[in-house]
Design a protein around this ligand. Structure first.
Ligand code: FES
Length: 122
């Protein structure tokens, strides 16, 4: 069981969703299923519109992930990943602070997901 709390200026209040571990859904799919307005366009890591910031409530239980080249490149283009985070992802499989919701799978960990809106549009 994972508690995923969505937070955004686009929402009247934060919303916590209980996701069942093992469903292997993405954050974007979870948001869509719960009418949470994370912007999205391509759904495939190509446009960057689903950018979110992920905070772990228990940093000690962060799961390792294999950040794909596509997501890494998009985060780089958006200026949302640091050189240190790239290194940490490549060497230690640790996720960066910002993710693409369409590429980020829900794991058995409690997280806060913050989003502002579509950063690719003015
Ligand atoms: Fe386009 Fe996620 S919806 S990158």
């Amino acid at each position: 069981m994972a508690n995923v709390t969505f937070s955004s200026p686009l929402m009247p209040r934060d919303l916590t969703v209980y996701a069942v571990a093992g469903e292997r859904g993405t954050l974007l799919a979870l948001a869509k299923a719960n009418n949470i307005p994370i912007p999205f366009d391509c759904g495939d890591g190509e446009c960057g519109s689903c950018l979110v910031e992920v905070r772990h409530y228990q940093p000690g239980v962060r799961y390792g992930i294999a950040l794909t080249e596509k997501e890494k490149e998009m985060l780089r283009q958006l200026g949302k990943i640091t050189r240190e985070e790239i290194m940490d992802a490549e060497v230690n499989d640790m996720p960066p602070r910002h993710r693409l919701a369409c590429q980020c799978f829900v794991r058995n960990e409690d997280i806060e997901v913050r989003f502002e809106g579509d950063v690719t549009k003015p």
